[in-house]
Design a protein around this ligand. Structure first.
Ligand SMILES: Cc1ncc(C[n+]2csc(CCOP(=O)(O)OP(=O)(O)O)c2C)c(N)n1
Length: 280
């Protein structure tokens, strides 16, 4: 059922908190992949706070839906979501990427509650997600698997091996997202390794292809629900996003793929986010 205005309002409130938490976690960590951490926020919030069946009291619940952050460097943006969902205390985020912390820059599923896959080496997450989706089929379980990929990450050949396998096995229980923020590590994807026509590539690999504004909960909700109804093949949602979304001095700036924040930069970032959500 489509998201109501009230539900969208609630999700936007959560997204506001998450964006602030991504900034703070990056500051505590001494640096992090903040640009892509901010572009993926609505996708994660829609999944964890509306669509996914998960139980923070029972993180290993067998029937839970699975989520693989294939763009694993976005862990600095995923850990705040798992904390907000209640898998662990948000106080722990203050230790992010410190020596001895539960949280490395790339998250480890043996250490981080609620995490379904350890990722960070680009290109590995989709093949893992294919295995999880196939596992559900073999066990006769109805959990869904979701997988978020970066657009720069699509330069990895193993993404396309995974895509081919998912189509071969007709994994209609798998939904992929491409965080199409147009940037990779060192510039625009179309300059570094062009992807367009990106939708046609996924179609050619045997997937249903949907497309939407990746910061718009209404649009995202419609596509996630549509993907659940399409029962013949896996579906990918190309989500048009802005790298650094919410922090005015980071938006669309490739140099903010990774960065550190001193106190005044962090304050400016938080103010920019508060302005975006009409909080100040
Ligand atoms: C196999 C591999 N090669 C290189 C890297 C280094 N790396 C980290 S992030 C990144 C760019 C990823 O770009 P994209 O997928 O578009 O991420 P986003 O813009 O969403 O942060 C690269 C090359 C890596 N993590 N893994």
């Amino acid at each position: 059922m489509a998201l109501s205005e009230k539900e969208i309002g609630t999700l936007n409130e959560i997204a506001w908190k998450i964006r602030r938490s991504v900034v703070q976690t990056t500051q505590w960590a001494g640096g992090g992949h903040i640009g892509g951490g901010l572009s993926q926020v609505e996708i994660l919030v829609a999944l964890y706070f509306h669509y996914m069946k998960v139980d923070p009291e029972n993180p290993q619940w067998e029937d839970r839906d699975r989520m693989v952050l294939s763009k694993g460097h976005g862990g600095v943006g995923l850990a705040p979501v798992l904390a907000e969902k209640g898998f662990f205390s948000s106080e722990l985020l203050k230790t992010f990427n410190h020596t001895g912390s539960l949280f490395g820059m790339h998250l480890d599923r043996l250490k981080v509650k609620g995490l379904d896959a350890s990722t960070g080496s680009l290109g590995h997450g989709l093949p893992i997600a294919v295995g999880l989706a196939l596992g559900a089929r073999l066990k006769n379980k109805d959990w869904r698997t979701y997988c978020i990929m970066g657009d720069g990450e699509l330069a990895e050949g193993s993404i396309w091996e995974g895509a081919m396998a998912a189509a071969h096995y007709k994994l209609n229980n798998l939904t992929g997202f491409v965080d199409r923020n147009m940037h990779c590590i060192d510039g625009c994807t179309e300059d570094v390794m062009s992807l367009e026509p990106i939708g046609e590539k996924w179609t050619a690999f045997g997937w249903n292809v949907l497309e939407c504004d990746g910061h718009d909960f209404k649009a995202l909700g419609e596509k996630i629900e549509k993907a659940q109804q399409l029962d013949d093949k896996p579906t990918v949602i190309i989500c048009h996003t802005v790298k650094g979304k919410g922090v005015d001095y980071m938006e669309d700036k490739p140099e903010w793929h990774y960065g550190g924040l001193d106190t005044s930069m962090a304050e400016d970032a938080l103010k920019s986010i508060d302005r975006m959500y009409n909080k100040i």
